[in-house]
Design a protein around this ligand. Sequence first.
Ligand code: BTN
Length: 326
Amino acid sequence: MTIDAQILRALRAAHPAAVSGADLSQRLGISRAAIWARIEALRELSYEIEASPHLGYRLLSAPDLLHADDIMARLEGTSCLGREVRVFQETASTNDLIEQMASHGVAQGMVVVAESQTRGRGRLGRTWSSLPGKGLWFSVLLRPQIRPQAAPQLTVAAALSLWRAVYQLTGLSSEIKWPNDLLIQGKKISGILTEMSAEMDHVKHLVIGAGLNVNHQPRDFPAELRSQASSLALASGQLWNRSDLLVAILREMDSAYRKISSGGFSALAEEWRQRCTTLGRQVTIRQGNRLIHGLAETIDEEGALLVRTQHGRLERVTGGDVTVMK
Ligand code: BTN
């Protein structure tokens, strides 16, 4: 962990109290002058740190900045996710970048975050608008020991993790639209793109890419999206700190992943069912040229949607574009 991340960790742990320069210097094994220099460097990055000769240093506020070391320090204690976090100012797509890393053997738990994406991708070949500073655009690499059929479990877990983190931090209660969109008042605030590399009987690795619209104003969305897209800021009337949200999401994902790895998907599925507004509704699902009409009944133990068609047959659906009938 870098010196800056260790200083921030100590300041956060002491908050709202201060930490003395002597204490920091002893804990980190560097001089008080070196601590002061790092505090100045953090201030340059817009961390607001109060320095008092008697009490020491106190963190007053953190900027809305994605700082990889700081995020990693705040994720200490997770069992897998965020053991390594990389932040890029700009990339084509975080899913593509982490896929390249996966093919070079990077360990699971890697998180790649971008301030902006030039070719952000959505499901079904759509583009995903990813402006700098407005939202969270990130991907996570997993190497789960599951069969490919059970991969939807991880998308279910990811959607639920986003739901929970958004609720914890903002108090906003969103709805999950199958397979993995989060909506507030019918407008999309988040989407997930899961991509898998698999053989017939086992998953080699899985990339979960998530986009969360955080501080967008209407003008930040392309005109054609304005009626369908929203952000946490628009839904709540205030701006939110993206690092806080990212840390909360990754913590939730880590705990959900642990549950799934120890055979505990059922409890996650039950909560997902409560948050999902697609269940119990008549839906049409388009898969290429094929249309499936019916009642969205539930998700099964592998995370697939079960749709009861007009003919009474139960269809197992793992992908496609869903339209919910009024
Ligand atoms: C969807 O709703 O269609 C899924 C959108 C997923 C967007 C995220 S942003 C980070 C990651 N990188 C991408 O190119 N896409 C995903």
